[in-house]
Design a protein around this ligand. Sequence first.
Ligand code: FAD
Length: 478
Amino acid sequence: RVSDFDYDLVIIGAGVGGHGAALHAVSCGLKTAIVEVAEMGGTCVNRGCIPSKALLAAAGRVRELRNTHHLQTLGIQLGQVSFDRGTIAGHAENIVTKIRGDMTNSLKRLGIDVIQGWGKLVAPQKVTVETSKGDKTITAKDIILAPGSIPFVPPGIEVDHKTVFTSDEALKLLSLPQWIAIIGSGYIGLEFSDIYTALGCEITMIEALDQLMPTFDPDIAKLAQRVLISPRDIETRVGKLAVKVTPGSPVVIELADAKTKEVEEVLEVDACLVATGRIPFSKNLGLESVGVETDRRGFIPVNDDLAVTSNGEPIANLWAIGDVTGKMMLAHTASAQGIAVVETICDRHRQVDYRSIPAAAFTHPEISYVGLTEPAAKELGEKEGFEVATVKSYFKGNSKAIAEGETDGIAKVIYRKDTGEILGVHIFGFHAADLIQEAANAIMKRESVHTLAFSVHTHPTLSEVLDEAYKRALSAAH
Ligand code: FAD
């Protein structure tokens, strides 16, 4: 399209965000190049979503097959169940290799130039890539920065990548230490606690805030604790800060009260997983060459169109997407942002609707949500002058869940009392990650529980858990 430039679009970073943007760009006829310093697929494919779900698949099967009471109810008898750690790890590695290969092939097949090396801005609309054969400078009408994120390790914690490690190493499942401390009870900490306990490890979960799973709706966190934490004999330290972690045998963890910062306990464990969140990977991107400063934590500032900003003003033809923007750091957010930016570049202005982006923890059972928690909805209601109502329905009353023997679960719907508009949906239970999609679509369309109560759901399916909640909301309105 633009003959003055080498490319219409250059993307730095071939994670899910960069990859999604590249595929959409070629489908819109843009001449596109993507720059990647490491493996294709970024965090999600190599060190995130994909290997973790492969390990969780194995962990889930082991857990299911060892639940002899449940199997006997279904008329199934099994001998002893055993597993091989190396094969489980190998399976995760194999699917990573396969998906990474598929991604690389899709880029090549579509004629996208893949440039291997470190990319940085050197001027507006100009990128230099440090390749193994020397520097290569390319120009593009538009540039998208998609460099992703890396694990955050709080001060005082020493990572030796063997006994004290982050998810990067944990996903390789090189060993199964007997006693593992997990610092952080967000979705990464939770998913690993699910994997490790299924495979026979003992866990102590450490959380600095005053509740476990602090980002989840309080009702869901409470139930999840009853099902995922207590019966699995996971020890917890809530409101405790790991102020010093020293690798070795044993790993020594000094725990302080999160408020007073006074050390109260010293734990000695076999290993420690640091799951304390992720930070943007925005160093050495040449941002200064275009007058951009990251925020205090390193996120690249963007406006609602995802244009990179300098002192609040958008810079023409420079965009950022994915984890580096700090907006709901999830794979599907990154690719949705990439697609939205490409649409805007092609003069079809589009923004991402973050309200309707669902999220999930793939524990057994799963946790999922979209929209606001009850406290956040109430805060919004107070500000904007509307009342909030909530309704719950339970998996134990759902025929499919009963037939499956998966009755530990709840769906909670939060909505505006006056209009019925759904503000948030939270599900804990069997297949919650799939069930949430219907709610995400409803939130995107600003649908009302009162209307949704008349949508017909297949019987018998788990989706009737939401159907039941909508119907309860309708009867409450009558
Ligand atoms: P990334 O995937 O991090 O990709 C960025 C790429 O840019 C990398 O390949 C990097 O090498 C490259 N790069 C960086 N700087 C440069 C440079 N200067 N030059 C060239 N290349 C560069 N999300 C979900 O939605 N669902 C899940 O189930 C899920 N599970 C997860 C489990 C774990 C253990 C972890 C750690 C994360 C998980 N995530 C999940 C989060 C998800 O992986 C990220 O949100 C997603 O990968 C972000 O995509 P991105 O494109 O922004 O960045």
